[in-house]
Design a protein around this ligand. Structure first.
Ligand SMILES: [Zn+2]
Length: 219
């Protein structure tokens, strides 16, 4: 239901939840499909309960995310495909996992046909690389110990330290178009999203995250 300590998993966006679920798979190795989900608001706290079903073995698991740090963003269309507007490192996905996600999205581009899908994949890759870099202190050439949380990711880092070095990650970011450029190519989705936000506003629903229900990702 929650992380190993029993606490809800703190995320900066619903997007970050998606990446958490992608990395933290079922014990059989299968990916979780988010089936039911429910937002629970209490004072300043916003919790998101996601009921996952394993795509391979059909096992079920409940996840609770803490979205309180995401902040209200009713007028920010860029919220779509935005992992985190904060400079603080993720508390759901570690540095090695972000770097691996970035490479997954970079490799995926070659298999995609539509330019907008390629741009979206590159946008995800760029943001994942930036998330990995947020863990580095000014003097860190490699991810500091506090940035790598599991035995599995520590083993990966020990096996190929160069792949996770600041120099390598920075070189990846430097070769990618800027977030702004990528968002322009992603404008098709942004327009659809903006329209949905406006419609929700007209209905005076007033809860920015409810719009997300219409934008369940399929990639
Ligand atoms: Zn499974």
């Amino acid at each position: 239901m929650t992380d190993a300590s029993g606490e809800p998993i703190v995320v900066h966006s619903v997007q970050e939840e998606y990446f958490y679920l992608m990395v933290h798979r079922c014990s059989c190795g299968g990916p979780w499909l988010g089936e039911a989900q429910e937002f629970v608001e209490g004072g300043p706290e916003l919790r998101h309960h996601v009921s996952g079903k394993c795509f391979k073995c059909a096992a079920r698991k409940e996840f609770t995310f803490d979205l309180s740090r995401a902040g209200p963003q009713p007028t920010a269309p860029s919220v779509i495909r935005q992992i985190s507007a904060s400079a603080e490192p993720s508390r759901a996905v570690d540095a090695v996992e972000w770097a691996d996600l970035a490479r997954f999205y970079l490799e995926r581009i070659q298999r995609l046909k539509r330019p907008v899908e390629k741009a979206q994949s590159l946008l995800d890759a760029r943001q994942c690389t930036e998330e990995a870099l947020k863990f580095f202190g000014p003097a860190d050439a490699a991810p500091p110990p506090a940035a790598v949380w599991s035995d599995a990711t520590r083993r990966k880092l020990a096996k190929d330290p160069d792949a996770y070095s600041r120099a390598r990650l920075q070189a990846m970011v430097d070769r990618m178009p800027s977030i702004e450029e990528l968002r322009q190519v992603d404008a098709l989705d942004q327009k659809v999203f903006d329209k949905a936000v406006k419609e929700e506003a007209k209905k005076r629903v007033g809860k920015w995250w409810q719009v997300w229900k219409r934008f369940r990702r399929n990639t």
